[in-house]
Design a protein around this ligand. Sequence first.
Ligand SMILES: Cc1ncc(COP(=O)(O)O)c(C=O)c1O
Length: 504
Amino acid sequence: MKNLATILIRVEDTIRTALARLDRAGWTILLLVDEDGVLLRTVTDGDLRRLLLANRDLESTLDQLEEQHPRTVSRGASTDLVLRLMNRCQVDQVPEVDEDGRPVDLHLRREIDQPVLLSPPHLADEERKFVEQAFATNWIAPVGPNIDAFETEIAATVGMRSAAALSSGTAAIHLGLKLLGVGPGDRVFCSSLTFVATVNPIRYLDAEPVFIDSEPGTWNMSPAALARALEAADRSGNLPRAVVPVGLYGQSPDMEPILELCDRYGIPVLEDAAESLGATYRGRAAGTFGRLGIYSFNGNKIITTSGGGMLVGDDESLIERARFLATQARTPAGHYEHDEVGFNYRMSNILAGIGRGQLQVLGDRVERRRRIFERYRSGLEDVEAIRWMPEPAGHRSTRWLTAATIDPNATDRDLRGIVDSLADAGIEARRIWKPMHRQPVFAGAGYWPHHPRESVSDRLFETGLCLPSGSGMTEQQQDRVVRRVRERLAAPIRTWRSATLSLG
Ligand SMILES: Cc1ncc(COP(=O)(O)O)c(C=O)c1O
């Protein structure tokens, strides 16, 4: 809600005062109120200009304005209603008034109909400097000082010895799995609740994914499901070549029990921290717990290079080999010599420049996203149907995306309707990832639920959504989201429905 004090004006004020106030407030409207604060009419700079053209001078008072019935909405009006009124009356601002007619808020068209995106890029000041240096020195190639520096800076930020800058997070997973020895016919255990990019590289290597459910505490890989999957694999002599836990929506998995299990069976871990750069688990950076970890700098991530990824690890020879494979496996001869098949997976020096600038503001971006989460949480505190993604003790999430579930017992609004209704208001929300064990492309792959009769990722998919969380969002945009979610969810419950759960 806006502070309206700066745009309230009284009939005894002069045109000069009104113009000065408009100038200071930065809005194009004033609210003329009586001695009880009741709204009499709105005043635009056009109204003031018309008075001057009608031979009033700057010292004339506002009682010279014609009477006008103000177009207002009452407290709590829906965004749709406000927008309809704006369109019908061809105005761009509509005051909201309380029961006595006193203004309590002002709706601005630009805040209502400009799209609010889920997680757009948020540039800082320094990217341009690094990119311009690359141009000035003609380092436009997938080699150059920004790449070396970006790798060193990321490694230092997360506390790993070494890092390889690559063309995408997907490329980093592909190379990482290859470096862990994954090949045709091997099995790889990975989180089911994730973006498909975690799994596709398993298939690139002609290996077979086996999906592990989430646990309710972190929404990430369930140690209980992993334990049962590993026991069974051990019994049948078919242990996986690697385990890939994913840190969803800015939060690390519960890595300690996962690592304990993997160590017990001697299975290496590749941590997919594409979404959780900047998060910590027990004080250490997410992405640094496995033998290898990956980050993504896709345009929607907490920091971006427009597209890019990073493979990190403590074993410098592994990372050096990743760089080699990423540059077409070209051996250091005086000519083009290749002993094995490589990839064109290196990041460009230009994009690494963007990454260096972005990395400088990572801490700020984490704080901003956490604040956005808090604003949503407090703004929707009283909406019973919402349950926020938990952040267990020992975890510090970045809240890359504010994620929540909608309790189907507490509302009769279905998830799709909510997402569609937000879209109608120009707000981009998304459902939680559809688990990989339910994707047609992986039909027939193994799946281990959290408990034999409880699939957490299925429930999260059926009930979960992500709200816009870009670190550049204004408070007004967040309030617009809050208002719209509230409109959809605070409506009276008409039916009682029980939660449905399906094991995929
Ligand atoms: C969990 C997860 N893994 C992997 C990726 C792949 O990263 P990229 O888009 O950089 O290839 C993404 C995001 O895009 C992701 O969200």
